[in-house]
Design a protein around this ligand. Structure first.
Ligand SMILES: [Zn+2]
Length: 494
């Protein structure tokens, strides 16, 4: 059995100032052919699950590309170049395929194309012979459209944020596709939009009552005999007309059951809506809390509004400035993205004392650059590491040229790759043991929690001005269909 696999994932933050070019888009992790697959073998991630299921059923996987970037809206010509590449990769195999599993994040958008997932699925469909099943595994933050259902034979998603169950999503998608090819199941789907927007920082699932909510959905699937049901959190920051939370149900050829289940689960999720509102506190308030913390372990402050995992630049200076001004002993910030500075530091050696202007170079809202004087270079690194965060454990990644510098009491890690902190690797690759510090700063909305939840003494999310803010009321939504909770607290759902 031959199944073609690949990933083209875009999580579009429509509040970023500029559209993204093709070169910018592929500058994060982009691999093609065999390189797009082998890294995932045994890894707790989407493709780890896909590979495991394929091995169990003796499926011959035909790899194409692995491309995923959470960033601003992309240029139309960037979208077309990527989709053309996918189609050219499919063409040589199209007559030998039994099925296609193409992962699409689900929250992308391009200039002039609001629903890039449907756009991509349609092009894939067009090149394939009639009757080849096409399924997709999506991210929990997908904004699912009805058009995506119309163009696919099955859409799958996970439950957890941090995405620690990605492996299970990939596994189920591949298992179901194999059963479809063997004519053992015939999935039908039902989608229900909920007029609910989940700010990313409010979507943490490893806490009550969200644990209870997710268990309810898992038990519902078993009780009703569904193939799958997903509560997609959605990604409001894409600002597409259909951006919202959704329930998607898959049954084995029972549309009535799928429709009924989608409605019931959507109403159940709606009753939890107040539990997804994040607390909004400033960098100053967060650092006050950190300074007042007297317990065991370090105080971790996360700048959730500058999460590069949701399209933010990763070079905001709001929290870092506050930490520098406080100058508390044993403070470390891990990390800020500034390729220019990272490369400048690599022109020097460990022990050199240098001056430079740091961060604040991408979007005005994320703060002005900070003038750093008399910084001592403590470590220089090529930034290569193997991830240890439970959501992607075992995957080889790279921060690019990286450095750790010290200014008085405060140490700062600077990287040349725009990504978020998932675990202790940014600290470790620059020679620092995060456990030896008292105050730790980083940028991530929730993924960091899968590693740090049990290790930090206290976790304090702070929400500085930024394109990933949890306070959706300050964002200028232009395309989304209203009303939506919590923008309008009187929103009704029937
Ligand atoms: Zn996500």
């Amino acid at each position: 059995m031959n199944i073609l696999v690949g990933q083209f994932g875009h999580e579009a933050n429509n509040f970023c100032e500029k559209d993204v070019t093709y070169e910018e888009f592929i500058s994060l992790n982009y691999f093609t052919g065999k390189d797009s697959l082998w890294r995932y073998k045994g890894v707790e991630h989407l493709f780890g699950g896909i590979i495991k299921a394929a091995e169990e059923d003796n499926v011959n996987l035909i790899p194409t590309m692995d491309l995923m970037n959470p960033i601003g809206r992309m240029e139309k010509k960037a979208l077309d170049k990527i989709v053309d590449t996918i189609i050219e990769m499919i063409k040589p195999h199209k007559n030998d395929l039994d099925g296609v599993l193409f992962c699409l994040h689900g929250a992308g958008r391009a200039a002039g194309v609001e629903d890039i997932e449907s756009y991509t699925l349609e092009k894939i469909r067009d090149v394939l012979p009639e009757g080849i099943p096409v399924v997709s595994a999506l991210d929990l933050h997908a904004n699912v459209s009805q058009e995506m259902l119309n163009l696919s034979d099955g859409l799958f998603g996970g439950y957890e944020y941090p995405h620690i169950d990605f492996f299970d999503t990939g596994y189920l998608a591949m298992k179901t596709l194999v059963q479809m090819i063997k004519k053992e199941v015939k999935p039908v789907m039902s989608l229900k939009h909920i007029p609910l927007l989940l700010p990313l920082s409010g979507g943490f699932t490893l806490r009550e009552p969200i644990i209870t909510l997710n268990n309810y959905i898992r038990n519902y699937i078993k009780d009703k005999g569904l193939i799958d049901a997903t509560f997609f959190h959605g990604f409001p920051y894409a600002d597409t007309s259909y951006a919202s939370s959704t329930i998607l149900v898959l049954t084995d050829n029972d549309q009535e059951l799928a429709d009924k289940a989608a409605q019931e689960l959507a109403e159940h999720v709606w009753s939890y809506r107040e539990n997804f509102l994040p607390e909004i506190i400033s960098a100053k308030e967060a650092m006050d809390q950190a300074e007042n913390y007297n317990g065991e372990g370090y105080a971790l402050v996360s700048e959730v509004s500058d999460n590069p995992g949701g399209g933010a630049p990763g070079d905001a200076t709001h929290l870092l400035r506050e930490m520098l001004e406080r100058n508390l002993p044993k403070t470390i910030f891990g990390f800020i993205y500034d390729k220019e500075v990272a490369e400048f530091l690599h022109e020097h050696k460990v022990g050199d004392i240098v001056n430079f202007s740091l961060g604040g170079k991408t979007e005005k809202i994320h703060g002005e650059p900070i003038q750093i004087n008399n910084a001592v270079i403590k470590n220089l690194s090529n930034g290569e590491y193997i991830a240890t965060a439970p959501m992607i454990k075992g995957y080889p990644l790279c921060f690019g040229k990286s450095a750790r510098v010290k200014i008085d009491n405060v140490e700062i890690i600077i990287t040349s790759q725009r990504t978020q902190t998932l675990d202790d690797r940014p600290f470790l690759v620059t020679g620092a043991d995060v456990a030896q510090y008292d105050y730790v700063g980083l940028k991530s909305s929730n993924h960091y929690r899968s590693f740090f939840q049990d290790k930090a003494g206290i976790i304090i999310p702070c929400d500085t001005p930024g394109v990933m803010t949890g306070d959706l009321s300050v964002l200028d939504f232009k395309h989304m269909v209203m009303p939506k909770y919590p923008l309008d607290l009187n929103t009704e759902f029937k």
